[in-house]
Design a protein. Structure first.
Length: 282
């Protein structure tokens, strides 16, 4: 009975959060770009609108949205069925290999939200210094994607209340709307590091999709972060899978919603003055 309650509650959560982002991220992205401009809404207003889209989308689902939701739910259910053996196998292999353990502890840092925000700041600063508008855009949109991912993952963790692999008997039970004082031991679902890594990867990979090695590098690194969370016994495989899907979808959504809305162009004068000019389309 407990399993059925957890399973159906989980399905409800997945329908809500997957539909929030997947449905918006799958539309084709604009392919044209003026290299002298980057696209940006006023940050506060645009971020609030995107957050509203995430939470309202489940109530405006279209038939085509289920082309992505159904496979996502099926994959999650399948992986969840094998959570224990996959988790145990990776954890044992990691514990037996000191070098691999060190590698996983290092690679997992790429999923830390503060580290990714620092990388986003580097993109913004570098773009402004070297007048690389695409880099500046990438940094700003990465920061927004991380913000949305953080909100979604915090709400989902609190609602699902899933046990981490090393808690009690390691069953990974869900305790929906659990005691907030239970702490991070019941905040396994979904993986925060993974959603952060994939959100960042999706933005960078989409912004630099014309550079062939960038998407491969971004998604490989994001995948490695997810695997490290399993190997270090921080998350179940299904936590990582859902985190990757949500992160990818949110990153793509942010880029799509911000393209060709606001155009912000930094300018510099011979007198040393600097600023930005903002233009929009109606």
């Amino acid at each position: 009975m407990q399993f059925k309650k957890s399973f159906y509650g989980l399905i409800t959560l997945l329908l809500f959060f997957n539909s929030s982002s997947y449905a918006q991220s799958t539309d084709s992205l604009a392919e044209t770009r003026n290299p002298r401009e980057f696209c940006l809404r006023s940050i506060a207003n645009g971020t609030l609108k995107d957050e509203a889209r995430i939470w309202s989308k489940p109530f405006t689902l279209k038939k085509r949205d289920f082309n992505y939701l159904i496979p996502a739910l099926a994959a999650t259910g399948l992986v969840m069925y094998f959570d224990k053996p996959i988790s145990k196998g990776l954890r044992n292999y990691n514990d037996e290999n000191r070098d691999l353990n060190t590698y996983n502890k290092s690679i997992t840092q790429f999923g830390q939200g503060c580290n990714n925000l620092g990388l986003a700041a580097v993109f913004v600063a570098g773009g402004l210094i070297f007048k690389d508008h695409r880099a500046t855009e990438t940094g700003i949109l990465s920061a927004e994607a991380l913000l949305h991912s953080g909100i979604v993952v915090c709400v989902t963790k609190t609602l699902s209340g899933r046990e981490r692999p090393l808690v009690e008997e390691g069953n990974g039970d869900f305790d929906f709307l659990s005691d907030p004082n239970a702490g991070s031991s019941h905040h396994s679902f979904p993986s925060g590091h993974t959603i952060s890594a994939w959100a960042m990867a999706a933005v960078i990979a989409t912004e630099y999709r014309d550079v062939k090695w960038v998407p491969y590098t971004c998604y490989t690194l994001a995948t490695a972060v997810g695997v490290s969370r399993i190997a270090l016994a921080k998350h179940w495989p299904s936590d990582v899978l859902v985190g990757s899907m949500l992160g990818y979808a949110i990153g793509r959504m942010v880029v799509k919603n911000h393209q060709h809305l606001w155009h912000v162009t930094p300018y510099y004068s011979e007198k040393g003055d600097a600023g930005v000019s903002i233009n929009t389309r109606f």
